[in-house]
Write a protein that binds this ligand. Structure first.
Ligand code: GLN
Length: 471
């Protein structure tokens, strides 16, 4: 990316206001980077060239007409392909929705439309947001801009790769068990999973409804914060969404370091990077405290029962009759079977079957009910810890980005990607990944976990850390 172009929303906004660049130039720059790089990266499933340019021209006219401009007005962003934009294709990277055109805007899209953001296009992902590598997309994998033989992470890997490759200024993703934070860590960008209920899920294609959240991805904490405050808030279409106020923290920050997040499985380079990051933070005058989250070991198993259960319910609507793809056969039953066998990829089918099994009357108590009880214990661990500390720090993932194809044969090793991220979703908490160093040229992410609806403290520490890091 040329240095003449601003790399953050804040800088782009000020360049637009001062007329140092036009919105059309800014937008064309990103479209040019996309056409130059995306043939290899494959972050985008669809690019809205003409619509973006038309929108940019309208923004330029407005600048000439009345000078003023909203903070996100004319800012080119990318949108994960499980978030509906009316009148455009929304596939969730599934064959079963390959020709589905959204009939309404997601709530977050409505908010960003009224803020004047420009949507450059829709980004690749794991099918229905199930996966950690973008390899479960029906339309081919995305590549990591730092090393094209490696995955960008998932499921929002298209959005994080697009930001990292300089193909957009910021992006939207979704996070059910780590899908914003893990790919943000792998691609060296910032990604926030908001508190459950902070952002409306209306118009987000459902994966596991008790865990899904839409969230922002950007180059800096400041930009991530801007985008978060633009999309959060109560929406009548999602009864789990609530109005929140910025919290004001008084007194010094107390940071918790959970011993369960620093055990085995961490690469030696990654361990050095996180220890250096923690030392930097601890030398800056905050209080660090060792804490314990004793049920951490059970969180992953619990997550991989609750998620398939909810997936099996949510994906039952894709029956080949009501939406998208239909493979007609002799009988109604055969039509269902053939449409779903062809339309859904192997991970979607695996989770649907596991989900139906754990919800079946003979096994409901042993699996689903038990997992719900464990979920409560995981949440209570955090509640207890937050009586003593204001935020909790860990690595976002135990290791840096892996090779394309390395984990596709073994779903269990893929699921282990979520070991530090999925407990946060089970507890409904906010958490952000911030780049904190490199191992062999590949980015490492620092995870900052906060109290419910206290994104503010996460941003404050994140911004402080960026200054310390960039020294
Ligand atoms: N990797 C996790 C999974 O496959 C997370 C997915 C997500 O957050 N959408 O379930």
């Amino acid at each position: 990316m040329s240095d003449a172009f601003p790399k953050t929303i804040e800088k782009a906004h000020s360049a637009l206001i001062k007329k140092e660049i036009s919105c059309e130039e800014l937008t064309r720059h990103y479209l040019d980077v996309i056409s130059e790089r995306d043939g290899r990266i494959h972050a985008f499933l669809e690019v809205f060239d003409d619509a973006s340019i038309q929108h940019a021209k309208r923004v330029d006219e407005k600048i000439v007409r009345d000078g003023g401009l909203g903070m996100l007005e004319g800012i080119p962003i990318a949108v994960k392909d499980n978030i509906l934009i009316e009148g455009t294709r929304t596939t969730a990277a599934s064959r079963i929705l390959a020709n589905y055109s959204a009939s309404y805007d997601a709530h977050v899209i409505r908010l960003l439309k009224s803020a004047g953001s420009i949507f450059l296009g829709k980004t690749n992902m794991d099918e229905f947001a199930m996966g950690s590598s973008c390899e479960n997309s029906a339309f081919g994998p995305t590549r990591n801009p730092y090393d094209e033989t490696r995955v960008p992470g998932g499921s929002s890997g298209g959005s994080t790769a697009a930001v990292a490759a300089g193909e957009c200024l910021a992006a939207l993703g979704s996070d059910t068990g780590g899908s914003i934070r893990q790919p943000a860590a792998f691609c060296g960008v910032v990604g926030l999973k908001p508190t459950y209920g902070a952002v409306s899920r209306s118009g987000l294609i459902a994966m596991a409804s008790s865990l899904d959240q839409v969230g922002p991805i950007a180059n800096t904490v400041g930009d991530t914060e801007l985008l978060f405050y633009a999309i959060r808030g109560k929406d009548a279409q999602d009864s789990t969404s609530v109005e929140t106020k910025k919290r004001k923290k008084t007194g010094g920050l107390v940071i918790g370091i959970p011993k369960e997040y620093f055990g085995g499985g961490i690469g030696s380079g990654e361990r050095k990077v996180i220890e250096d990051a923690l030392a930097l933070i601890s030398n800056s005058g905050v209080t660090m405290k060792n804490i314990s989250l004793p049920h951490t070991d059970y969180a992953l198993s619990c997550y991989y029962i609750i998620v398939p259960a909810e997936v099996s319910a949510n994906l039952s609507r894709y029956d080949g009759i009501r939406y998208g793809f239909t493979k007609e056969a002799g009988t109604l039953f055969e039509t269902y079977v053939q449409s779903r066998s062809y339309g859904l990829g192997s991970e979607a089918r695996r989770r649907t079957m596991i989900g139906a099994y754990v919800l079946s009357s003979g096994y409901y108590d042993a699996y689903y009910l038990q997992a719900q009880k464990v979920r409560t214990l995981v949440r209570q661990d955090f509640e207890k810890a937050f009586e003593e500390v204001d935020v909790i720090l860990s690595l976002t993932t135990p290791q840096v980005a892996f090779k394309i194809g390395e984990k596709t044969k073994d779903p269990l090793t893929m699921y282990l990607q979520d070991v530090y991220t999925c407990p946060v979703n089970l507890a409904g908490l906010p958490a952000m990944s911030v780049p904190c160093g490199f191992v062999d040229g590949l980015p490492v992410g620092l995870q900052i976990i906060g109290r419910s609806f206290d994104e503010e403290t996460i941003f404050e520490l994140g911004k402080k850390y960026e200054i310390l890091r960039d020294g």
